[in-house]
Design a protein around this ligand. Structure first.
Ligand code: SAM
Length: 352
C-alpha cells in the first residue's frame, strides 16, 4: 500500500532542480492520486469557531499574546447555519477548527456535534488542538468522525522552540496524541508547516516518512507564512544556508506529491496556505500535485478576517457562496468532479 521511500530518496526529490526530473515527481503523484482515490475532489466546509487561544505558538497570528487581535467565538446557531449551508452546497463534511479556547467547552462541542449529527448527514471533523483525551473520547461518542492535529515538525527541538507548552504542563508529544486519537477511533489527520526557520531538508524528509509510519488518513501541509505580530515574524533561517527549507509554494507542492506517494490512499487537501502564496493558482496546482480535497470557507464573513493565523490568508473576504463557486470552477477547469458523500478515508474504511 505504502510506497516506502528512503530518507535519501525523499531528500533527493525535495532538492532536485526544477525541470524534467521534477516533472516526473508531479506526474507520478498525479497518477497515484488518480489510481488510489480517483478524480473526485471532496469539498469540506470549514468553520473557524473561535480565535481565542490559550497557547502562545511563536508562529501563529492568533496566539494568546497578540493583543492586536479582536477575539470572537461563534454561537451554536451560527454553526448550524454553516452546517445547513454545507448540506445545501452538496458538501459531505463540516470541519470545525479553532484556537485552544476554554470557552469551547467539552459540553458545548458535544452539543454542536449532536445537533449536526441529528439534523444533517454530514461527517464532522474537529481541529481544536491539544485537548484532554477524555474530551476527545466524549466527542467521538457524540458522533465526531475525524480529528486533525498537525505535528508541525518531527524535529523535537525545533517543535519545542516554536511551541511553548501549556502553562504548568511539561512539553507534549503530538505524535503520542495522534496515536491516542487513532485508538479512540477517529480518522486521524496531521501535517506540517514547510519552511519553518531552522527546518532542514533532512527534517522534512523525516516528516514525510512519519506520515507513512503513522498511517494517517488525512495529510495537510502548507508553507509557513510569517506573521508580523508574532515573535517569529522576522526570524531568519538561522544561518543554515542551503540546508534551510524554503517556505515557498514550489516546496509545498513537492511535499504534497511526496505525501501522496508515501500514503496513496490518504485524503490530502490543497490548503489555504498553498493558495495564499500564489492567489488561487496555488490551490489548483495542489490538486495537480496529488491533492484530492478542498476546504471552502463557510465561516460567517464578520469573523473571517479575525481568524488571521497568517497575513493575506486566501479567501478572507469571500462569501461562503463565492468560496463554493470558486472551488467548483477550479474542479471543472481541471476536468475533475466534485466528490459525492462523506469522502471517508480509504485506510479507515478498508485497510485498517
Ligand atoms: N489550534 C489548533 C491547532 O493548533 O491544531 C487548530 C488551529 S491552528 C491555527 C491550525 C494550523 O494553522 C496549525 O496546525 C498550523 O500549522 C497553521 N498555522 C498557524 N500559523 C501559521 C503560519 N504563520 N503559517 C502557516 N501555517 C500556520
Amino acid at each position: 500500500m505504502m510506497d516506502n521511500m528512503t530518507k535519501q530518496e525523499i531528500m533527493r526529490w525535495l532538492q532536485c532542480p526544477a525541470g524534467s526530473e521534477l516533472d516526473t515527481l508531479q506526474a507520478r503523484a498525479d497518477k497515484t492520486r488518480h489510481e488510489h482515490v480517483g478524480d473526485a475532489v471532496h469539498l469540506r466546509g470549514l468553520v473557524e469557531l473561535s480565535n481565542i487561544c490559550s497557547r502562545n505558538c511563536l508562529y501563529c497570528g492568533i496566539r494568546r499574546d497578540n493583543h492586536a487581535v479582536q477575539r470572537y467565538r461563534i454561537t451554536l446557531e451560527e454553526i448550524m447555519d454553516c452546517a445547513f449551508k454545507a448540506v445545501e452546497y452538496g458538501f459531505g463534511t463540516l470541519v470545525l477548527q479553532g484556537g485552544e479556547d476554554a470557552g469551547l467547552t467539552a459540553a458545548f462541542i458535544g452539543e454542536v456535534i449532536r445537533r449536526i449529527k441529528t439534523e444533517t448527514e454530514l461527517a464532522v471533523t474537529l481541529s481544536l488542538g491539544e485537548r484532554d483525551p477524555a474530551e476527545w473520547k466524549m466527542w467521538r461518542e457524540a458522533g465526531a468522525d475525524r480529528y486533525l492535529l498537525r505535528f508541525e515538525t518531527s524535529n523535537r527541538a525545533l517543535f519545542d522552540r516554536i511551541h511553548p507548552p501549556r502553562e504548568g504542563h511539561a512539553s507534549t508529544s503530538r505524535i503520542a496524541m495522534l496515536k491516542t486519537l487513532q485508538d479512540i477511533g477517529y480518522e486521524t489527520g496531521s501535517g506540517v508547516m514547510i519552511g519553518i526557520p531552522g527546518q532542514r531538508y533532512s527534517d522534512l524528509a523525516e516528516d514525510i516518512q512519519l506520515f507513512a509510519d503513522l498511517q494517517l488518513d488525512m495529510i495537510g501541509v502548507g508553507p509557513y507564512i510569517p506573521h508580523p505580530q508574532t515573535p517569529m515574524g522576522n526570524w531568519k533561517d538561522g544561518g543554515m544556508g542551503d540546508e534551510q527549507v524554503p517556505n515557498s509554494l514550489a516546496m509545498g507542492l513537492r511535499v504534497v506529491a511526496l505525501a501522496r506517494l508515501v500514503c496513496p490512499g490518504a485524503n490530502i487537501p490543497s490548503t489555504t496556505a498553498l493558495a495564499t502564496l500564489d492567489g488561487k493558482a496555488g490551490r489548483e496546482m495542489g490538486l495537480c500535485w496529488g491533492a484530492n480535497v478542498i476546504m471552502p470557507n463557510l465561516t460567517p464573513l464578520k469573523y473571517r478576517r479575525l481568524y488571521e493565523i497568517y497575513p493575506s490568508k486566501a479567501a478572507s473576504t469571500e462569501t461562503p457562496e463565492q468560496s463554493r463557486d470558486a472551488a467548483l470552477k477550479q474542479i471543472e477547469f481541471l476536468g475533475r468532479s466534485p466528490g459525492r458523500g462523506r469522502g471517508d478515508s480509504l485506510y479507515h474504511l478498508q485497510y485498517k
